[in-house]
Every structure is written in structure tokens, then in C-alpha cells.
Ligand binder design. Structure first.
Ligand SMILES: [Zn+2]
Length: 268
């Protein structure tokens, strides 16, 4: 599932390509047709993200998208391709130079039209987002009261918005915290350090479009950009030796997703 940095990038790209101009909004598949008609031809004010949610603001109406596991945007310039398959929503705009720009959405969990009030209700339900100026103390207030494991809490979007399976596994490893530790046993100093680290890692993710959490000295290849297999400490490294201590990395399902951790480095 795309994590917060992907949505932040999409918001920025869509804003740059479409905002301030009229957008031709359609739903070739038909599932979003009635809503598309309501905003079709209107000027797009802005596109923003919060956590894994994308909001495109057309005056008082907001197109809300959550990609879920299978949602995907494709985009390009010039004339869009002939619509194929389950094309839920298509945007077409003049682009900066008038040559045309388009983007297509398929497979999203949510693609709906909301009022700005309804958008506010979604934002109220979401925890702080490390990519936005938001307050990490709000997340800690919930973590520090909870008996739920920190591995589960980090995936709870009401606690923290934007972190998914990869950042969850990696941030816990980088701070040597067991995913099975109850939230209430995480100290404020540990949380403050984790939040600061998430801000740095996720901003790097926005820049590169990839999640890279390893320090160069911990990679198999120490020089150059991190290769695919060198990008993480524990994520998708089941059975491979921990980069720090050599213990085989373990995996187990937690909150419906595979959790990865080093039982030695993250013993408590
Ligand atoms: Zn280890």
C-alpha cells in the first residue's frame, strides 16, 4: 500500500499540473460519473494530502481519494490514451503550456465527492502526519495510554497518519524497539526521536519516491545509491542476517500485514 510520502508526492504533482485552471473531470467506467459531472469544468483550487488521503478542492466540493492496496494513478502530457478497463476518474487540463495534461485513477478504495465539512471530519479522525506541520504530542498522548503494541499503534491512522508497513518496520528497527512492546512502555524521549526520524525519512521519500532507511555503512554496497535489496534493515528480509547483529530477521502477521523485526536488536 502506498505510504504517506507517495500521497504527498501525488498531491504536489497534481497541484502543479492542474491547480488554478479548469479541469475536465470524467469517469469513463461510470462509477464516479454523477460526481464527476458536478465538478467537471470547474477550477481546481488545490490538491493536498494528509496521511494516505488525497483531497482535490474545487470550491466547496472536494474529491477525496484513498488508494488502498490497489489504487494507482497514471498520468501524462498531450492527448490522453483511449479509456480502458476500470478507469474510475480521469482529469484533463490544459497544462502550463496548453499542450494538455491528464491523469487517470484506477482501483482506488475511495473516490468520492465530499463537502469541505465532510473533509474536515476525515481530517479530525486522522492522527498527526510527519510530512505536515502537525503535533507529535497528539500521537504520544494516545500511544502512552495504550496497552496495544507499538507495532499495531503505528499502523493506526487515527494515532499517526501516513505510516504504513514499510516505515513501521523500519522505524522500530532504527530505534531498537520491539514491535510487541505496549504503547504505554514507549518513553516520551523514544517517541520524540522516532517522530524526528520519521520526518527525515519520509521527506527523503518525497524527494526520491523510494523508501530508503539504511545508512550507507550498513548496506552490502557502501557506495552509491541504495539498491533495491539494500534499502531496508528488516522489511522483506525474512531469514536474512540482521545488518547490525547477524541474527536472522523474523516475520509474523500483525494488524493484517507482515511485520518484520530483528529479535536481538529489538528484544524489548
Ligand atoms: Zn539485529
Amino acid at each position: 500500500m502506498p505510504e504517506g510520502h507517495t500521497l504527498f508526492r501525488l498531491a504536489r504533482q497534481q497541484h502543479a499540473a492542474f491547480a488554478g485552471r479548469e479541469v475536465h473531470v470524467t469517469s469513463p467506467q461510470g462509477r464516479f460519473a454523477a460526481e464527476a459531472e458536478l465538478v467537471d469544468g470547474r477550477v481546481l483550487d488545490e490538491v493536498t494530502s494528509w496521511g494516505k488521503h488525497l483531497f482535490a478542492v474545487f470550491g466547496p466540493d472536494v474529491v477525496h481519494v484513498h488508494l488502498g492496496l490497489y489504487g494507482k494513478y497514471t498520468s501524462g502530457t498531450g492527448l490522453p490514451p483511449e479509456p480502458r478497463g476500470a478507469l474510475r476518474m480521469r482529469w484533463e487540463g490544459p497544462g502550463e503550456d496548453g499542450e494538455g495534461v491528464w491523469t487517470d485513477l484506477r482501483g482506488a478504495t475511495a473516490c468520492e465527492l465530499l463537502t469541505d465539512g465532510e473533509m474536515g471530519l476525515i481530517l479530525d479522525r486522522l492522527g498527526p502526519d510527519p510530512l505536515r506541520r502537525s503535533d507529535p504530542a497528539k500521537a504520544f498522548a494516545r500511544i502512552s495510554r495504550s496497552r496495544v503494541t507499538i507495532g499495531a499503534l503505528l499502523m493506526d491512522q487515527a494515532v499517526l497518519a501516513g505510516v504504513g508497513n514499510v516505515y513501521r518496520a523500519e522505524i522500530l528497527f532504527r530505534h531498537r524497539i520491539s514491535p510487541f512492546r505496549p504503547g504505554k512502555a514507549v518513553t516520551e524521549a523514544e517517541w520524540t526521536a522516532m517522530w524526528a526520524d520519521l520526518v527525515t525519512l519520509m521527506k527523503a521519500g518525497v524527494r526520491s519516491g523510494r523508501i530508503i532507511t539504511t545508512r550507507p555503512e550498513d548496506r552490502d554496497r557502501k557506495r552509491g545509491a541504495a539498491s533495491r535489496t539494500d534499502a531496508s534493515y528488516v522489511y522483506r528480509r525474512t531469514g536474512l542476517p540482521c545488518r547490525i547483529c547477524g541474527t536472522p530477521v523474523r516475520t509474523e502477521v500483525m494488524v493484517g500485514r507482515n511485520l518484520f523485526w530483528c529479535p536481538t536488536c529489538q528484544a524489548v
